[in-house]
Design a protein. Structure first.
Length: 285
């Protein structure tokens, strides 16, 4: 009888802890989703209702034409194409360059490899403003300002963070697979292409998502290098939208939500690979 009461008490205690845990998670979710809800609600309101007091939590009726009007005030279709070009080439550049370098740091033997790896990681401490001016001078001397090249070429030179992420993932892969491939006569390129890259797909997907998000949301670099409005990206378009139309917040929220949707959709599509790449799962034994 006493054992039954003890088990019942333990079950109730576990139930209370589980309920408390879910309540905390629900509270955190509400805090994170509240700004998104405000953006969605504001994008469907007339301009005079966005900051109404008392606040209007949901417009009645929703003003769906805000999206049409906001996206036709400026050539957002052109901005979206420009941003997509930069983002796609950035994904390709970072994925190719960082994968090759990361595999070299993870598997190849070379004198001073560890020292070079530490030096590469040390560059993470350099803030972008430190290299911004020298980089601009280089591209200016090459006559590449006001083109997409300054926004694309750095991706093919690698990123220390992405290289570190991929290297850690490569280290989780058992070296026995490479030894077996060497015995079968495979060379280094074949091992990388047919064995390592398929196994490293989650980490590569993580790099692709990060690089796409960074290129899609980048504001400072396009602001520095792009001068013609026909070459603007979406972030520059949103900024120009604000200054041109005196911050119509309903239109701005509608345009901002539309711009954010591709990144959100991409994350939900590739979230499984993203989580595996972040946790450095490697090959399951």
């Amino acid at each position: 009888m006493d054992n039954d009461r003890s088990d019942l008490h333990i079950m109730r205690l576990r139930g209370r802890r589980l309920a408390l845990r879910y309540l905390l998670l629900l509270g955190a979710a509400v805090l994170f989703l509240a700004p998104l809800y405000w953006m969605i609600a504001s994008s469907l309101k007339p301009e005079y209702d966005v900051f109404a007091r008392p606040p209007i939590w949901w417009p009645s009726p929703p003003r769906w034409q805000n999206y049409v009007e906001a996206l036709t005030k400026l050539p957002f279709q052109r901005y979206a194409i420009n941003t997509l070009i930069i983002a796609v080439f950035s994904v390709v550049g970072y994925t190719l360059s960082c994968t090759v370098v990361a595999y070299g740091f993870a598997r190849l033997r070379a004198p001073g490899k560890d020292t070079l790896f530490v030096l590469m990681l040390a560059t993470l401490m350099l803030p972008y403003p430190v290299v911004m001016i020298p980089q601009y001078v280089i591209f200016s001397e090459l006559d590449l300002v006001n083109t997409f090249w300054p926004l694309i070429l750095p991706a093919f030179l690698g990123s220390p963070f992405y290289i570190f992420l991929l290297r850690q993932f490569f280290l989780q892969i058992p070296p026995d697979l490479e030894d077996a491939a060497h015995i079968d006569g495979a060379n280094l390129v074949q091992i990388l292409w047919y064995i390592m890259l398929p196994l490293a797909r989650p980490a590569m997907a993580t790099v692709a998502i990060f690089s796409f998000q960074f290129a899609w949301n980048d504001f400072l670099a396009p602001l520095i290098y792009l001068q013609d409005q026909s070459k603007y990206t979406l972030m520059l378009g949103l900024s120009f939208f604000r200054s041109s139309f005196q911050v119509n917040w309903a239109y701005l929220m509608a345009a901002s939500l539309t711009v954010a949707l591709p990144v959100i959709i991409l994350f939900f599509i590739a979230q499984r690979e993203f989580i595996e790449g972040i946790t450095l799962g490697g090959v399951k034994q």
